[in-house]
Design a protein around this ligand. Sequence first.
Ligand SMILES: NC(=O)c1ccc[n+]([C@@H]2O[C@H](COP(=O)([O-])OP(=O)(O)OC[C@H]3O[C@@H](n4cnc5c(N)ncnc54)[C@H](O)[C@@H]3O)[C@@H](O)[C@H]2O)c1
Length: 395
Amino acid sequence: MPVTESEGPPLRLGIVGLGLAGSIMTHNLRQHAGVKLVGACDLNASALAAFASDFDAFTTTDLNELLARPELDAVYIATPHQLHRQQAELAAQAGKHIVVEKPLALTLADCDQIIAAVDAGGVKLVVGHTHSFDPAVARMAEVIASGELGPLRMINSFNYTNFLYRPRRPEELDTALGGGIIFNQVPHQIDSLRLLTGSPVRSVRAATGIWDSDRPTEGAYQAFVGFENGVSATVTYSGYDYFDSDELHGWIGEGGRVKSPGGWGAARRQLADVATATAEQAMRQSAGYGAPLPAALGDGDQFQPHFGTTIASCEGGDLRASTEGLYCYRAGGRSEISVPAPRGVIPGWCEVIDELRAAIHGQADATHDARWGRETLRVCLAILESAKINQEVSL
Ligand SMILES: NC(=O)c1ccc[n+]([C@@H]2O[C@H](COP(=O)([O-])OP(=O)(O)OC[C@H]3O[C@@H](n4cnc5c(N)ncnc54)[C@H](O)[C@@H]3O)[C@@H](O)[C@H]2O)c1
């Protein structure tokens, strides 16, 4: 069993990157009894100042200075994707445990370097947050693994969002630099599929879409994923801000909060008023630590977080997340399975840190370790490759 929040000494954590993800994680950890926030590193002076005043913590623009602090046990790396490899290697070399945001890195060679550094440094690494940490996904995996619905046969997962029209840094619109949905959003889906099937991926047949020449990176894809245990999955994502699949989820947003219904196209319209890439980047940066969490995360009552709709079909029934638990459909009708109550500002984020703490305390190996992160990236790269060659790719 993983350590509970109050068990063991608090993990003394530094945040590397106080942008959107760093800010969400920090809000989640504020009340986590098993974590003490002791420092932060960023290049943004106003985010650092806000963090220092909230936590009376050490702040710096130089990662090496943060990593030299003896009071630091671990870092949460939430910087742009292209920095993950170098920063994770530095942290491992400094003997600090690591949580690194998805994707682990942008190439398999970079993942291998991280794996080697983590092994050599004798430290633990968890890749997250992805929505595979969502309590509903974890519960669905438990129900499937219990066998009470018979063998899992297929999964259908889809998500329609405004991803491509949220303010972006220039590299986020360039696939060669890690831009687009394949590196940013697809890891959420692949991680969840891998957790639910409990099996390595055998093959991928995919098509990707770049439908807006002003934002020339993948904004949509569809794939047929075959697993070694015979389970198959279809998986779809569109970030083009037309349909919003939260409409089918009672207008509960990704983070599990109620959001305003009917915001179709709003992100596109807002972006249309932003004249330059520089202005867009400034909007992006203004969401860093110290700013309110984005309205898109919603507010009000807390429901379960989700990443679109996922239906898992077993021989004896179907499962799909409801807003508060799991629906189970069997010959006798529909019942609801409870899911642990939401925790934190956005449930699923504290669970990432708990997985690291459990690994550090030797209580449970991390599921989402560096080798796991490499495998998820391998599937994402196979999606790009399959779309490019217009053929199935075997892994
Ligand atoms: N799990 C999730 O749901 C989720 C959500 C958002 C972002 N992310 C991930 O988090 C990572 C960051 O994304 P984001 O949206 O927070 O980006 P962001 O642009 O909002 O934040 C990045 C931060 O890193 C800082 N930074 C840049 N270079 C740095 C350096 N050399 N040293 C220290 N800090 C530096 C920037 O100043 C900025 O504050 C990405 O890998 C992304 O995939 C995950």
